[in-house]
Design a protein around this ligand. Structure first.
Ligand SMILES: *[C@@H]1O[C@H](CO)[C@@H](O)[C@H](O)[C@H]1NC(C)=O
Ligand SMILES: *[C@@H]1O[C@H](CO)[C@@H](O)[C@H](O)[C@H]1NC(C)=O
Ligand SMILES: *[C@@H]1O[C@H](CO)[C@@H](O)[C@H](O)[C@H]1NC(C)=O
Ligand SMILES: *[C@@H]1O[C@H](CO)[C@@H](O)[C@H](O)[C@H]1NC(C)=O
Ligand SMILES: *[C@@H]1O[C@H](CO)[C@@H](O)[C@H](O)[C@H]1NC(C)=O
Length: 213
């Protein structure tokens, strides 16, 4: 493992010095902050669910509180409407139309309930101070390969069972915050926000992938 990484890096360096070739550039992984496949970082995992692990209070079990997509509105018009969803605790929204999630080469994809109309749901927004947001469209949506899974190293020490969701390599700055009646996931919550959540209700969580055992 170490040797192959070292030789890859060396190869890349020499290649870059000699004549930068398209091959050596495209073979370098850019997901997970360039760490995909190294030290517990991985960018692909099919058919899982997400949950929130409370970082400040004891959790009821080693999987945490189930999270689901909640529709919040749409933009665009007839024919090219894009529906928007946040990630909320199931207990605060009661219904779930996206039973599973897939992380595919860094893009977080949600699978809509089987229906005759094919649609695409992709996590399109993970920016500081704002909700983690998904978009749904009948048109294919572009990949947004900013996410990563980070294997848990602390299960025996009372941590969550599954790997943690990261933006790049950052697993540590998700919070659950109240947004109306929904309790939603915010990335790096801020007291100055667009009014979509109440900062005073936020508490720190780790977003974890379940169903991987
Ligand atoms: C995902 O997992 C569930 C439960 O294990 C299973 O019923 C379902 O068929 C799986 N879906 C896919 C697309 O593999
Ligand atoms: C998590 O901890 C916070 C306090 O930091 C508490 O207010 C909240 O109710 C807890 N949530 C769950 C789901 O246990
Ligand atoms: C873990 O506890 C939460 C409540 O904190 C509950 O919603 C969830 O269903 C539990 N998971 C399992 C696998 O029992
Ligand atoms: C969906 O498909 C089912 C069976 O394949 C059919 O009975 C139903 O009418 C279809 N619904 C729509 C909205 O096309
Ligand atoms: C929550 O996380 C933020 C950012 O890492 C940190 O500044 C804050 O102290 C944490 N709050 C608690 C209650 O741990």
């Amino acid at each position: 493992m170490f040797t192959s990484i070292a030789s890859m890096v060396l190869c890349f360096t020499l290649g870059a010095l000699a004549a930068p070739s398209a091959t050596s550039l495209t073979q370098r992984s850019t997901t997970c902050g360039g760490l995909n496949g190294i030290g517990g970082f991985f960018d692909t995992t099919p058919n899982v669910t997400l949950s929130a692990w409370n970082r400040s209070l004891p959790n009821a079990n080693d999987t945490g509180v189930p999270l689901v997509l909640v529709p919040i509105g749409e933009r665009g018009g007839p024919g090219n409407a894009v529906h928007l969803e946040n990630l909320a605790t199931l207990v605060s929204v009661a219904t779930n139309l996206w039973p599973s999630i897939t992380l595919e080469e860094g893009t977080l994809i949600a699978d809509f309930v089987p229906s005759n109309i094919s649609s695409f749901t992709v996590a399109t927004q993970a920016i500081a101070g704002a909700p983690l947001q998904f978009s749904t469209s009948v048109q294919p949506l572009p990949n947004n390969p900013v996410f990563c899974a980070v294997a848990s190293t602390s299960a025996e020490g009372g941590g969550p069972r599954g790997p943690a969701l990261a933006v790049g390599t950052d697993t540590d700055h998700f919070s659950l915050c109240q947004s109306g009646r929904a309790n939603i996931i915010i990335y790096q919550p801020s007291v100055t926000n667009d009014g979509s959540y109440d900062f005073n209700t936020c508490y720190n969580v780790t977003v974890i992938f379940d169903d991987l055992v």
